[in-house]
Design a protein around this ligand. Structure first.
Ligand code: SIN
Ligand code: FE2
Length: 222
């Protein structure tokens, strides 16, 4: 509740619709701006990852090219091709193992997970999605991981997007959550298998990332 005695007639600087922490479910939460203190280090690490494991548009099992460009870091990387979806230790594009999870990635994802009640989160995979305006990610469940006891930690960078967060069935109603540079969404526990996606990204420019949205999702995959 807002303290109207203290606020008096001062304009509403922190509307109730966007507090710093927004719960989307019993174990699902948006942490507004949580990644901002880490962004400088994260972007420096990202440049190295991208140089070693370039972004690429993967094929769906149905033979379509995904509009989102992807790469990975960590022991395991999520991949999609005509044979299906899987986690693999190697990048088929380079023939090399995925770049290691940078220490700042670990620090950020562990701090965010702990904030939502998942202390001790130890991700072994980070899928890095790059959206240009016009890209989208259809509603899906993250279910290729071995361990559903661990949450998903999702860090948004660059231009805004609308994250869709649904229920345990594809047909369940979805909430539309605007996600901005520095926002982190965490879902685990009873919310771990909820459907989610990203609506078509609108044209925009970010001061640092230009016309891109980058999303990092940290997972315990193996
Ligand atoms: C994902 O579901 O893998 C990514 C979600 C996002 O880009 O916000
Ligand atoms: Fe996902």
């Amino acid at each position: 509740m807002k303290d109207h005695t203290r606020l008096g007639s001062i304009p509403d600087l922190f509307p109730e619709s966007s507090p710093a922490t927004e719960w989307l479910g019993p174990s699902a939460c948006v942490l507004r701006g949580f990644a901002l203190p880490y962004v400088g280090e994260v972007l420096a690490a990202l440049a190295e990852i991208e140089a070693a494991a370039p972004f690429r548009q993967m094929q769906t099992p149905g033979g379509y090219s995904m509009s989102v460009a992807m790469t990975n870091c960590g022991e395991l990387g999520w991949t999609s091709d005509r044979d299906g979806y899987r986690y693999a230790p190697m990048d088929v594009l380079t023939g090399l193992p995925w770049p290691a999870l940078p220490e700042v990635f670990l620090r950020l994802s562990q701090a965010a997970a702990a904030e939502v009640g998942f202390a001790g989160f130890l991700p072994d995979a980070c899928l890095i999605n790059r959206y240009a305006p016009g890209s989208k990610l259809s509603l899906h469940q993250d279910k290729d991981e071995q361990d559903f006891g661990a949450p998903i930690v999702s860090v948004s960078l660059g231009i805004p997007a609308v994250f869709q967060f649904g229920g345990l069935k594809r047909s369940d109603k979805t909430q539309r959550v605007p996600v901005l540079h520095g926002d982190v969404v965490v879902w685990g526990g009873v919310d771990r298998l909820r459907y989610h996606g990203v609506l078509t990204v609108k044209a925009a420019t970010h001061a640092v990332l230009g016309a891109h949205r980058i999303n990092l999702t940290f997972r315990k995959a193996g």
